[in-house]
Every structure is written in C-alpha cells, then in structure tokens.
Ligand binder design. Structure first.
Ligand SMILES: [Mg+2]
Length: 294
C-alpha cells in the first residue's frame, strides 16, 4: 500500500497558520467526527458473510460440484465404485441402482439468511426459530448443486437427500429444493431425522441407520456434505479423533466424498469445547481461544 507524502500538506498547513498569525484570524477548527453507534459483536459475523457475500465461497462450491460431475460417468461405469464406509455397506452394492447421497443444509441449500437473522437479532440457534425458517422455504441453492442434480438425473442416478431436518419437513424442503432449480424430488428421496429405519436404532441425530437403509437399496456413487458426520458416524467428536477418522478415507476425498465449506456451524465447533453445549457463549469462546495454535 502506498502512502501519500506528508511534505506538501504540512508545508501548506504551516503557511496557513503563518497567514492566520499575521492576520490575527483564528485557524479553522475541524468538525468533530460524528459518533459511531456501538456495533454488537457476534462470533459468526465473518463466517456468515464469507458464505453469503464472498465470491470465493461460491467458487469453492461450484468447484466441488463440477469436480464431482466430471467423475460421474467413471463412477457409473465401475461396478466396484461405492462411497459407503464398510460399517454402512450392510448389503452388497453389486447390481443395485446407482444413487448419490447428499446432505441438505449448507450442502445443497444455503441457510445463511437464517444465520444473518441470528446475528442481527442477537440470537442463538434454537429449534423453534430454525423450524420456522425451514417452513418459510426461502433457502437459496448452494452454487453448483442444482446443475449437478440435473446431471445426475440425466444419467438416471437417484439423489438421496439425507438430512437432519425433521422427517416431517419433507414436503416444505422438497418444494424449496424444486423452487431453486433442483429436479423434482420424490418423497422416497427425502430421509429426514426420525424416519423409520427397521432393524437399526439411531443414536440421536447420527445418520448411520439411514445410510444403511440406502445401502440396502442402492450402490452409492458419491456422498456430499458439510460435516464429517454426513459421510460416516463419528464415535469420538474430538478434533484429533475426527482427523484420524477422516484419514482412514483420505483416498475418497474429492473422489467419492465431496465436502462443502461451512465455517458457520457444525460438529467441528463443539468438538473444540468438549461438546458441552450448555456452556455460555463466553465459556465456549474461552475454550475455543485456548485451541488456537500459534
Ligand atoms: Mg449440513
């Protein structure tokens, strides 16, 4: 960054003051800067703006979906190509129709407007406000995702929307998807939180039982998500254990598993403060600061 030389302005000021002294006229007084209203801090401001307003975020999203699309034909042609972890591949993939599993929020639908509300209103995530947002059906598309969905549909590949939105949000979510450019989504393609998975009892919001439901019906070419738990169950949600878990599937990243960027929330964050969501904002912030590496 260049800086303007100070010589001329200072020289001009000296001349002006000299002029004032010689004439006896008081020098002009600069007007006081208007007061700036206090702006409340929010831990999610930069992350939300990055997702919502940066070209870079949208480029990464398109890059991810386009990279996957370029591999679709190879995945279809290779009968051994399957994207489910061994613990979820509970039935052979051979001979089953091809599918792709996608998470919904921050993978194919962008909810940054909900995050923006929390920032502007000073709130925290809560089920009532979240469910109200989902019911509005105003989420936008993650860049590149509708084009991939159309490419998959053109090849006869079924998109499975495996989400932790409540299973009862199927109708409104499918309408939201179609409104922002996704091909029609059938009811059987929506696997929400709380759906019936005979023979498998889910632990909380873990998606393993629903992946196994898919395993019994499809060969899964690819998985897409913004959180590690979208791809495989996480037995230990600590940063080191998460890295070790992902390391076991490293060869699949960018080939069978595609991760969308989401700096605004996710299980990576509570992993930084011992998964204790009862902590105050201040206590969470202190724990997170302690995790910084310098
Ligand atoms: Mg998500």
């Amino acid at each position: 960054m260049s800086r303007r030389p100070l010589v001329l302005p200072i020289a001009a000021l000296v001349l002006a003051l000299a002029g004032c002294a010689s004439t006896g006229v008081a020098p002009p007084v600069a007007p006081a800067a208007p007061p700036v209203a206090a702006v409340p801090a929010h831990d999610n401001l930069n992350a939300t703006l990055w997702l919502q307003r940066s070209s870079e975020a949208h480029a990464v999203q398109r890059q991810t979906w386009r990279s996957a699309e370029r591999l679709l034909d190879a995945a279809l042609a290779d009968p051994a190509w399957d994207a489910l972890a061994p613990q979820d591949r509970v039935a052979p993939a051979d001979g089953r129709p091809a599918a792709v599993i996608v998470d919904v929020d921050e993978t194919v639908l962008d909810n940054s407007r909900y995050q923006a509300r929390l920032i502007l209103d000073g709130g925290r995530f809560a089920d009532p406000t979240w469910n109200a947002w989902v019911d509005e059906g105003r989420a936008t598309a993650v860049a590149g995702a509708p084009a991939f969905a159309r490419a998959a549909a053109a090849r006869g590949v079924t998109m499975i929307y495996l989400t932790n939105r409540e299973h009862g949000k199927s109708v409104v979510t499918r309408a939201n998807l179609e409104a922002v450019g996704f091909p029609p989504v059938g009811e059987a393609q929506f696997l929400g939180l709380g759906m019936d998975t005979p023979g498998c009892v889910p632990k909380g919001s873990d998606k393993g039982c629903r992946r196994q439901w898919v395993a019994q019906r499809y060969r899964v070419l690819m998985q897409f998500g913004d959180q590690l738990g979208d791809f495989v169950s996480i037995p230990d949600n600590s940063p080191a254990a998460r890295d070790a878990l992902l390391g076991g599937f490293d060869a699949w990243v960018g080939q069978r598993w595609f991760v969308l960027p989401n700096p605004t929330y996710g299980s990576w964050e509570p992993a930084l403060y011992g998964n204790d969501r009862s902590l105050s904002d201040e206590a969470q912030r202190a724990a997170k600061r302690a995790q910084l590496q310098r």
